[in-house]
Design a protein. Structure first.
Length: 539
């Protein structure tokens, strides 16, 4: 519980209380009686007057109005934030409603709905709705595109994505909106009870002031301040509870053990029946139309066989990531097609996992590491105990056996990338697409991750397609290197890499064939004459 932050906030109110207590002592002013007299009047009204009834009436109204505004604002905000067309269509209406002062509706609401609890709740709801709704829409829009792309790539159902990705990602801004709405609700509670209400704190202040009971008027005002602060503290406790992923927390207990041997047998069985070739035939992709058309890919054709490692390399802006998104079913080509086996890919496929270039953005900071790894399995309806066992097994496979109960932001960049790879493995897909997977880590971590990729590919028998701008990495990882170039982009050449399957950073990189292949790839990318060495001449 965040008691320390709350206690740290109390020093200023306590100081103000002491200053008022001392400065008003012995005051003879009719309008500013001593604080002791005000507190005495407050105590008397609570024990013998109608103040408790007024307090409960006001509290019921503010909680009902705020609860309705939260439900409506969050629900509508999630939908509007997710659907771009709806967001553009409702934008002017939301701006108009936000700029219109809710207090101006008080006379109309009283005239049309009366002076009971319902109109007051409706007024509080109306004024509290907009900050919650607008903050929710903003929170949804601020979620990293890599998170949405990852959820699409792993075929997460829309309802599950909304519950586990969109809502937690927007939650910090949603709670900020509720905090603003709370202060608005307190104001509207008082205003609604001043006009034509027989009960409530607003009515108590009005009646006390009209009767020139100044101490009672100040007592009601202080009670409203105490009520607002108490509700703020309650909201702060809820916020720390819901946003616990921001803070260090105790690790949960051990999870049920899984059967790794049985899991591996099931994986091999599934891969034997599912592994297929990837075919790209005459692929073209353009952005825009007419004079503004920008053609990225032009007549691109290639093939990736089962259990093969293919690296795609080319200059910056050559459309490497665009090609990978087409292979993943995340982007639709303008013409041509991508096929997996005999199936044309127009959407993400269950046999294809993607490791995003933005691994930090694609990991969900509100989920622990094991839950991030297991998240794609939840979309398949796998039970929690099985998901966790599978996730911990995959974390162990990538060399992270002890980080399952941490959060992603507690790990280094290299460890976060290993988590992203483990998530791809947990998805149990025979094809793994990797987009610039090691471009944001240091050199030593890059070498370790390259060796990890080779080891996993050998052990699991998966197909790997790596998009990279690093020529050395492409030669080191690939059975073949596909070189892209030109504008629009086309395949310049495809080079076989005859370096065997057992590779290591020292011996392989010192091999003359490695240096020769690297030079040939660089010459192709730069548009220079390809040198023919003795190894190439013998091929």
């Amino acid at each position: 519980m965040p008691w320390k932050p709350i206690l740290r906030q109390l020093w200023l109110p306590a100081l103000v209380f002491l200053i008022l207590l001392v400065s008003t002592e012995g005051s003879a002013s009719f309008y500013f009686p001593p604080l002791t007299e005000v507190l005495g009047a407050l105590w008397h009204e609570l024990l013998h007057g109608s103040l408790v009834e007024d307090l409960l009436f006001s509290l019921r109204n503010i909680m009902a109005g705020l609860a309705l505004a939260t439900a409506a604002g969050v629900g509508a905000g999630l939908v509007i934030g997710e659907i771009r067309v709806l967001r553009l269509a409702t934008g002017p209406l939301l701006d108009f409603a936000r700029a219109t002062p809710t207090v101006g509706f008080v006379p109309v609401i009283i005239l049309t709905l009366g002076i009971g609890s319902g109109p007051k709740i409706f007024l509080i709801f109306l004024g509290s709705l907009w900050p919650i709704l607008l903050n929710t829409v903003s929170g949804v829009r601020d979620i990293s595109p890599a998170v949405h792309e990852t959820a699409r790539g792993y075929r997460i159902p829309w309802t599950l994505r909304l519950r586990r990705v969109v809502l937690p990602g927007a939650l910090p801004q949603i709670l900020a909106g509720i905090r603003v709405a709370l202060s608005v609700a307190v104001v509207l509670m008082v205003v609604s009870e001043i006009y034509g209400s027989p009960v409530g704190l607003g009515n108590f202040i009005l009646q006390s002031g009209s009767s020139f009971h100044v101490a009672e008027t100040w007592a009601g005002t202080i009670l409203i301040g105490i009520l607002g602060y108490a509700l703020s503290v309650l909201l702060l406790l809820v916020e720390h509870r819901l946003l616990g992923w921001y803070h260090e927390r105790a690790s949960p207990g051990p999870c049920p053990a899984a059967d790794p041997h049985r899991e591996r047998q099931e994986q091999r069985s599934r891969r034997m029946t599912r592994g297929s070739s990837l075919h790209v035939e005459d692929l073209c992709l353009s952005f825009g139309t007419g004079p503004q058309e920008h053609r990225v890919l032009e007549g691109l054709s290639l093939r990736v066989d089962p259990e093969e490692a293919v690296c795609v390399v080319g200059p910056s802006g050559a459309g490497k990531t665009t090609l990978l998104r087409c292979l993943a079913g995340l982007a639709r080509p303008t013409s041509g097609e991508v096929r997996y086996g005999q199936q044309r890919l127009t959407e993400p496929h269950a046999d294809i996992a993607v490791v995003s270039q933005d691994y930090r953005g694609s990991l969900l900071p509100w989920l622990r590491v094991w839950d991030n790894v297991a998240f794609p399995l939840q979309g398949r309806g796998v039970k929690k105990a099985v998901r966790r066992g599978r996730a911990l097994e995959c974390l162990d496979a990538v060399g992270l056996p002890d980080v399952g109960d941490k959060y992603p932001w507690q790990l280094s960049g290299g460890m976060q990338q290993r988590v992203a790879i483990a998530r791809g493995l947990a998805y149990d897909a025979p094809v793994l697409l990797m987009d610039e997977p090691f471009g944001s880590v240091d050199a030593q971590s890059r070498f370790d991750l390259e060796d990890l990729t080779l080891r996993l590919r050998r052990q699991l028998g998966i197909t790997v397609v790596v998009v990279t701008h690093d020529i050395d990495e492409a030669v080191y990882l690939g059975d073949r290197v596909i070189v892209l170039g030109g504008r629009p982009t086309a395949v310049l050449d495809t080079l076989a890499v005859p370096l065997g399957t057992d590779r290591d950073q020292l011996t392989t990189r010192a091999d003359p064939r490695f240096a020769e292949l690297r030079t040939r790839v660089l010459a192709l990318i730069r548009g220079e004459k390809v040198p023919i060495g003795p190894e190439a001449a013998r091929q």
